[in-house]
Design a protein around this ligand. Structure first.
Ligand SMILES: Cc1cc2nc3c(=O)[nH]c(=O)nc-3n(C[C@H](O)[C@H](O)[C@H](O)COP(=O)(O)OP(=O)(O)OC[C@H]3O[C@@H](n4cnc5c(N)ncnc54)[C@H](O)[C@@H]3O)c2cc1C
Length: 484
């Protein structure tokens, strides 16, 4: 089929999928007043791949698969990962600082599945790698949009899957037949499932032998029978529909669903793990290795918007260059550039999987960047608000500017050091949109999405190579004579 156009992509979403918004069944996500905004944002990736200015960034001629989306290019070394960073960074910039996940997360999952399927086959004599590659071919040749559901609802966090009071609190296999498996359970926070053609499901944690039926990975079409997508309320879009100054909420948003699997059938050719509990852990950590690299790439671009906004607000307010304002802006620059630096370093110091030849971002650099992104974001917002002043919350609305009786007053009293009062107010309106209508989402996402703070700490502590550091400490303590 090859690279798709926007219209083909939109048409593919009108497939009877079971989506709910604020309790009501949605017939067509593409035309829904609120969800349509998330679909349009996703469709930008299909639009850009036909735009001559972006074509080289988004499209790649693969010797085996022909012309494909660059998101699906299998990384073979540092150069490919660096290109992937740029792809994610630039598409996020195009989305006004909003990440566009629609092919990024699915490719993260596919690369992880390739690596782990080959390991499973080698250890257990299974044939998952071939299945994963057949599915990969189906995805790239049809230019599909993907979501990934890894995070289970998890019930009581202190209990393993098989210990939960309700067995469905982690997605699991309820029946095996000669044709496939039936699965039951629910995943939380699945980004852009409503705008995806397919949902890839992965285990969320390491499993014990008693969790065997929970060690499951597979892919289903978004309209699979028994699959229910329950959207979160999208306050940013609802606010933007009321306020014409909120551009992002109308143009650049992503959606999350509670993704319920009510006895969903999955044919064997789409099953990538079914009971191999020893490999649930490796798959659960290899996917985030790619996905956190994606995270630091898009978060660097997101922070670029905040650098620009803070600097403009400083200039419009007449405080540019004042010592504490310099510190505020420099803090945001540092945040952005450290994310970029860790993404570049994670590409440079990548590890190529010897069995598949698939390159994996450096795990330490990736988690250093991700941890920084999680822990520092709220400080970045603090510095932005410090520069902006209170109008970030209290500036009048666009409708006030449109009222001819009010406008002269607003032009007089909202004038700043440069530009028009309206320009200045628009910057405050963007700051307000960021910290209020997107506020709960961004604050939560920056701490939890792509894994919580603790997840990165655990990964960093586990995967750091301490040998060289310990040698140095022993050498400095006089407990060994050389560093060799
Ligand atoms: C905006 C957004 C988008 C997301 N998109 C996706 C997506 O597309 N696909 C997907 O699969 N997931 C997605 N996620 C999920 C994300 O990865 C999780 O939110 C994250 O892993 C935390 O899991 P949780 O939300 O269940 O919180 P919890 O796991 O409940 O975490 C809450 C706190 O409890 C701690 N905790 C939990 N369990 C234990 C334990 N056993 N022992 C000690 N401490 C524990 C955590 O460290 C944390 O401090 C998204 C999340 C957000 C916010």
């Amino acid at each position: 089929m090859g690279l798709r156009r926007v219209e083909e992509y939109l048409e593919s979403l009108r497939d009877g999928r079971e989506v709910y918004y604020r309790g009501e069944r949605v017939d067509d996500v593409t035309s829904h007043e609120v969800l349509g905004a998330a679909v349009r944002h996703a469709s930008d990736i299909y639009r850009l791949q036909w735009d001559p200015r972006y074509r080289d960034l988004l499209v790649y001629e693969d010797p085996e698969y022909g012309l494909i989306s660059r998101f699906y290019k299998i990384p073979r070394g540092s150069g490919d990962l660096l290109e992937r960073f740029e792809l994610i960074y630039e598409t996020t910039r195009f989305g006004r600082g909003m990440f566009n996940i629609i092919k990024a997360i699915g490719s993260d999952a596919l690369f992880a599945l390739m690596v782990i399927a080959r390991r499973m086959d080698k250890a257990l004599g299974t044939s998952y790698y071939e299945r994963v590659m057949n599915y990969y071919r189906y995805v790239v040749e049809n230019d599909l949009a993907l979501a990934v559901a890894q995070t289970d609802v998890k019930g009581d966090r202190s209990k393993r899957p098989h210990e939960q009071a309700d067995p469905d609190l982690y997605v699991h296999i309820v029946e095996r037949t000669k044709d496939g498996i039936y699965v039951q359970g629910a995943k939380a926070h699945t980004t852009q499932s409503i705008a995806a053609n397919e949902i890839i499901v992965l285990p969320t944690r390491a499993m014990t032998e008693r969790d065997r039926d929970y060690a499951v990975a597979f892919a289903v079409p978004a309209n699979a029978r028994g699959l229910k997508l329950v959207s979160r309320p999208m306050k940013a879009v609802e606010s933007a529909l009321r306020d014409p100054s909120f551009v992002m909420g109308r143009m650049n948003v992503e959606n999350e669903t509670l993704t319920i699997f009510d006895n969903v059938f999955v044919p064997w050719e789409r099953v990538f793990m079914a009971g191999e509990w020893q490999f649930a852990g490796p798959l659960a950590v290899t996917f985030p290795r790619y996905h956190r690299f994606t995270a630091i790439s898009y978060r660097a671009a997101m922070a670029d918007l905040l650098v620009g906004l803070a600097k403009l607000l400083a200039e419009y307010n007449g405080v540019d260059g004042k010592s504490h304002i310099r510190r505020d802006v420099a803090y945001i620059i540092r945040y952005k550039e450290m994310l970029r630096a860790t993404a570049v370093a994670a590409s440079h110091y990548c590890e190529v999987d010897p069995e598949t030849g698939v390159a994996m971002p450096n795990i330490v650099m990736t988690n250093v960047g991700k941890l920084l992104a999680n822990e520092e974001y709220t400080n970045v917002v603090k510095h932005l608000i410090d520069v902006a002043g209170g109008l970030a919350a209290t500036a009048p609305s666009m409708q006030d500017f449109e009222n001819p009786q009010l406008r002269p007053y607003l032009e007089k009293y909202l004038a700043g050091a440069r530009g028009t009062a309206l320009e200045r107010a628009r910057l405050f309106m963007l700051a307000r949109e960021w910290i209020s209508s997107f506020g709960a989402l961004f604050t939560t996402a920056m701490i939890h999405a792509e894994g919580s703070i603790e997840a990165s700490i655990i990964e960093l502590y586990r995967s750091y190579d301490y040998e060289e550091s310990k040698k140095l400490a022993l050498y400095a303590a006089g407990l060994r004579d050389t560093l060799d």
